[in-house]
Ligand binder design. Structure first.
Ligand code: AMP
Length: 283
């Protein structure tokens, strides 16, 4: 496995590499969720590439950029074991030099949900994902549904900028009790770790008895999240493509999305709500 720290090195290393090239961008502190994306990229590509970069642009003031877990040696050992061919692990200065002038902003999609709670977050994500896609030039790039809004933002920028890459979505990998794997789960103390089960429980409550009524599904989520020590940023039912808030009853698929704070830890998760089955006597 080759480890590059600059874009020039990556371009040189990939110039003659067998295609297709599959790419998994990460912020490191790798877990089974990342490994599932890596396994898909390794299985589906002639050359597999991962990046490890804690993107300073996607953290707001007062967020956990400094505290974000970092373990580059552990990550590299894991990526090598999983069969990755090349890793890009750049310095902050390499991808975000102080003289940088350009920002990528995806309008519309980024103004709700995570974008409303974390202003500027998706501009940072979009800018660095565009930079990484330009550096690596993959045929396919793998993103987790765990960060569903991010996945839509990446799809939108790839479409709008006509980047020659296929965005592949990977389903969310979960712990046995349903909690979505996340590098931030490491922050949870034992009591908050138990409390965190309310997040997948809220998504299950939205899906349980889902009949297309977004207001009722939101109410079920809110009541599942009504637990001491859990602060809800949002518990929404939205259009799965535009993320516009669903009102009332609609005979169409939707997405349930949740963000909570437990102590100092922020957790997000989401789940599909399929086309509601037509129930006799309804509509
Ligand atoms: P991150 O390191 O948090 O930026 O995540 C890197 C990639 O891994 C993103 O595309 C995430 O959506 C994805 N990812 C993170 N956690 C999971 C998970 N539990 N299941 C599937 N994909 C995930």
């Amino acid at each position: 496995m080759e480890v590059c720290t600059t874009v020039t090195q990556v371009r040189r290393a990939l110039a003659e590499a067998p295609r297709p090239v599959g790419f998994v961008p990460t912020m490191g502190a790798l877990h089974e969720g990342h490994r599932a994306l890596v396994a898909a990229a390794v299985a589906g590509s002639a050359t597999s590439v991962a990046s490890v970069f804690v993107n300073p642009l996607q953290f707001g003031p007062g967020e956990d950029f400094d505290a974000y877990p970092r373990d580059l040696d552990g990550d590299l050992a894991l990526l090598e074991r999983d069969g990755v061919d090349l890793v890009l692990a750049p310095s902050a200065d390499e991808l975000t030099p102080p003289q940088r002038r350009t920002e990528v902003r995806v309008r519309g999609l980024t103004e709700t949900l995570e974008g409303a709670v974390r202003p500027g977050h998706f501009d940072g994500v979009a800018t660095i994902v565009t930079t990484l896609l330009g550096a690596v030039g993959p045929d396919r790039a793998y993103f987790g549904e765990k960060d569903y809004q991010q996945l839509l933002v990446v799809r939108a920028l790839v479409a709008d900028l006509q980047l020659p890459v296929e965005v592949v979505a990977h389903p969310t990998v979960r712990e046995r009790d349903g909690l979505a794997l996340s590098s931030r789960n490491a922050y949870l103390g034992p009591e908050d770790r138990v409390r965190a089960r309310v997040v997948p429980a809220a998504l299950a409550a939205a899906a349980d008895g889902w009949d297309g009524d977004a207001d009722a599904a939101r109410a079920r989520m809110r009541s599942a999240l009504d637990v001491e020590g859990v602060a809800v940023d949002y518990a929404e039912v939205a259009d799965p493509e535009t993320l516009e808030r669903r009102e009332g009853r609609t005979p169409a698929p939707a997405r349930a999305l949740v963000a909570v704070r437990l102590g100092g830890t922020r957790l997000i998760d989401n789940a599909p709500l399929p086309v509601p089955e037509a129930a006799p006597g309804r509509q």
